[in-house]
Write a protein of this length. Structure first.
Length: 509
């Protein structure tokens, strides 16, 4: 049996929810992946009598399609979808069987309205926690529209394809044979990228809010829930619901929850907000804020949202190292997510820039996969916790370079090396390697505010202990502020404080 007892038990429950019959079209050979794939589909068929397996030959062997009897849905898994892709398999089975997906009817209508032929292929790694979101969005599109197909390809099972396409970041999506995009993408983003625009919103038709939250991470979700619980008109606009939590693998310090994976926490955050009367506008970016009679937030699509109070919770993103080669070789050897992209550097030599906790955690993680890791730290000492440093120094395939400044990431069409300066002697050195992971902290998403709100020299919004900014009626919470520590629980707490302060402000004004 390929599934362990726990997973099998969960699967029995899930497959009990299937609403119609499924035909799995299996294209298998004699190799090890084919054997595991055959074992998996046989086990699925042994759990549910609704699932039948038929042997066939597909474009790729090994692979299998998830179809309705006599009807090709276009959903194919090339590789064994266990690890982080197991949920993608379960969802594909349920949705192909006729169970409605958990997305709005507006989105389904947008997918169904697509007229052209779209053949998507997504290269993934089973340890990538950003990949399932993309795989699940494209599978859903494929199930809903006969002109769309989607194949998930496990890079480890199809190493030749990964090498010939020089794929160095997952997920990497191809559309009709051409590179389409890399990294996390929501369903809305994919739809927009292929030209499906959401129906225009008329600014005048949107009633002003009492509280408008900008940002949908832990801070924004918490602020929206606290505001809505006061019974006041609450809106939440976010580019990507969940924020950084979506990029986090395991979370062990959200008090009272011993362990949760990031994407799962993001889903529960969204579900919790949806329990309340909050107007959620996701996949929209705010581009400016102006205090007039009301506070006006203009979105990139031109819509102007008005509100009596605003809570800014736009969080933070990875900081770039800003040396030549970083932008040019992004996804061609320059990476930011060791959990996602680490497996693509198996057996290769890589560098990690940054000796803080995230850099050292990345180096330890990568050392188990790659041939050799070089850590480059700008300061004379590593800043990571002692326990992480001890673990790092115990590893045989890690070199730590301290007091060095990265000069350039070099290569022709992919990363081939890195050059750095010894800050004490000024000597320049070069290392030949194939990957560079940048782990030098975060930068707040506040540039869009310009001079409208006071920010410190790091760009963080300056708040007082009520989470109020210098502009009356505008509050801020979470990683975009000058709070000393940047953590989920702290963001949630400051989101709650900001919402209670906004409510207080509304009563007094
Ligand atoms: C890899 C990684 C691992 C981590 N591990 C942990 C951990 O184990 N425990 C822990 O406590 N913390 C951890 N953190 C930190 C934690 O994730 C953050 O402190 C927390 O997510 C901050 O929440 P936030 O709501 O302030 O911002 P974010 O999570 O950054 O959310 C910001 C939100 O604002 C939106 N947004 C940004 N700009 C705009 C705009 N212009 N218009 C509209 N919306 C916008 C974003 O799309 C997003 O919805 C980790 C962070 C990372 C990157």
């Amino acid at each position: 049996m390929i599934l362990d007892a726990d997973i099998r038990e969960q699967l029995v429950d899930y497959l009990g929810l299937m609403e119609g019959d499924i035909e799995i079209m299996l294209s298998a050979g004699a190799d090890e992946v084919s054997k595991n794939m055959s074992a998996l589909v046989d086990e699925l068929a042994s759990i549910s009598t609704r699932i039948k397996v038929k042997e066939t030959t597909l474009t790729r062997t090994p692979s299998f399609g998830v179809n309705r009897p006599g009807e090709d849905t276009g959903v194919v898994f090339a590789g064994v979808p266990l690890g982080h892709e197991f949920t993608s398999l379960v969802l594909a089975l349920l949705q192909v069987s006729g169970r409605a997906p958990k997305v709005s009817n507006i989105m389904i209508d947008r997918i169904k309205a697509l007229k052209d032929e779209y053949h998507f292929e997504t290269y993934i790694s089973l340890s990538c926690h950003n990949c399932p979101e993309v795989v699940q969005a494209l599978n859903l599109m494929s199930i809903q529209n006969p002109g769309i197909t989607h194949t998930m390809i496990d890079g480890a099972a199809y190493k030749n394809e990964v090498d010939s396409k020089e794929i160095m970041a997952v997920p990497s999506v191809y559309l009709n044979g051409e590179f389409f995009g890399s990294g996390r993408m929501t369903l809305e983003e994919i739809l927009e990228k292929i030209g499906s625009v959401p129906e225009a919103v008329d600014s005048q038709s949107i009633e002003p809010y009492d509280v408008l939250v900008v940002g949908g991470g832990p801070a924004g979700a918490s602020a929206a829930i606290y505001a809505a619980r006061k019974g006041i008109r609450t809106g939440l606009v976010a580019e990507r619901f969940g924020g950084q939590v979506r990029d986090t693998l395991g979370i062990e310090n959200l008090i009272s929850i011993a362990y949760i994976e990031g994407p799962q926490l993001a889903a529960t955050l969204e579900e919790h907000v949806k329990n309340y009367n909050v107007d959620i506008m996701s996949a929209h970016r705010a581009k400016s804020l102006e205090k007039k009679e009301l506070i006006e937030v203009t979105l990139e699509n031109g819509v102007v949202l008005k509100s009596k109070t605003v809570i800014l919770s736009t969080g933070a993103r990875w900081r770039n190292v800003g040396v030549p080669g970083e932008v040019e070789f992004k996804n061609k050897g320059v990476a930011y997510c060791p959990h996602c992209d680490g497996p693509l550097f198996k057996g290769k030599d890589v560098a990690v820039i940054g000796g803080g906790n995230s850099g050292i955690e990345a180096a330890i993680d990568l050392a188990g996969i790659v041939n050799h890791v070089t850590v480059l730290e700008f300061m004379p000492e590593l800043k990571a916790d002692a326990v992480l440093q001890q673990r790092l120094y115990s590893l045989p395939n890690v070199t730590v370079l301290k007091n060095v400044q990265t000069n350039e990431i070099t290569g022709s069409n992919k990363v081939e090396g890195i050059s750095y300066k010894n800050r004490e002697t000024g000597e320049i050195s070069q290392i030949v390697l194939q990957g560079v992971f940048v782990q030098i902290g975060l930068v707040p998403n506040t540039e869009w505010l310009g001079d409208s709100i006071e920010r410190n020299r790091m760009g963080e919004i300056v708040v007082d202990n009520h989470n109020a900014t210098n502009v009356p009626g505008v509050f801020a919470a979470g990683d975009c502020t000058n709070s000393h520590y940047k953590q989920i629980i702290i963001s949630m707490g400051s989101g709650a404080t900001a919402a209670l302060s906004a409510f207080d402000y509304l009563i007094r004004n």
